[in-house]
Design a protein around this ligand. Sequence first.
Ligand code: ATP
Length: 350
Amino acid sequence: MTIDVVGVTKRFKTFTALDHVNLTIHSGELVALLGPSGSGKTTLLRIIAGLEWPDTGEVRFDGEDALSRSVRERNVGFVFQHYALFRHMNVFENVAFGLRVRRGADKLPEAAIREKVNELLSLVQIDWLAERYPAQLSGGQRQRVALARALAISPRVLLLDEPFGALDAKVRKELRRWLRHLHEELPVTSVLVTHDQEEALELADRVVVMGHGRIEQVGSPAEVYDNPATAFVHDFIGETITLPGEVRGGALYFGTRALGLDPQGVGDGPARILARPHDVDLADPGTTPFAGKVLAVRTFGPTRRADVELTSTSGPVVVEAAVPHGQTLEPGTQVGLLPRRYRVFSQPAR
Ligand code: ATP
């Protein structure tokens, strides 16, 4: 099912949570809404679900107005961060719930319910837990039950709000892979809310990066990572080194020295040169205007970062640089930084 969000604005009193949001989610696609806390992800998800209504704008399911329909009529399945399983029902009954409450022509005979639930339990690989109660399950197992329960009603859309947020890092990673695999087997149009960049990049067909109630960029994981449309996206989506610069007469400078870098269409004025740490080489300090003294070297597991104090006419600037594997770098050493791949953005006036 295709979902169109057209010009959606949502205010809470004077606060604008969503500001003219336009988005198309294609049939069978898994889209991640990614952004920092308060950027409007959950509000957008709730509007798609029918739990919240926009002040202006439209939501269409397969071209038809969805806003006049209830949650039930929209036929959406949910999975939230905090497993809302029924504590007094075992796993089997939790998954069967959505089918058992159906009335009239929609009601399935008991044998069909049992068959469908068993199918789902084996799809999410928890058939061996059917008799257990939620209290007897791990967090990861509960989320599998929650997903099986959401899928039981054969939803047209699956909405996932930080489904793995409460789990530890290892289980989260495992469930991510599993969900991706499940989505390939059963490609229900899915919208996942997350503030975890890695989760969005690994899981989604397309990533929608949100900031301050607006969509900053929509693209494939590779597009948003390698070609961020804005400085906000660059910074939010992955580790970022920010080097200061200025565009003068169509050329990029650091202080008085020309950088020899492409200003990428940015007009005259203060600019920021943003790069991924692995795209900035350590170089001889004589070969680049970005040169200075190593203040400290820090180790994070397999990666090392150096704080380099760049000397400029307008005072010192400290930037963090990646230290390549196998290279030694001592505090006090003079080094140069040479961005190989970078994006230039203008520095908005504050
Ligand atoms: P998080 O990752 O923290 O859940 P989010 O990106 O999902 O953040 P939303 O939950 O959509 O953000 O909230 C967007 C903004 O709208 C927030 O500043 C929030 O405080 C505000 N907001 C959300 N719901 C309400 C409400 N019912 N009443 C008032 N303000 C609200």
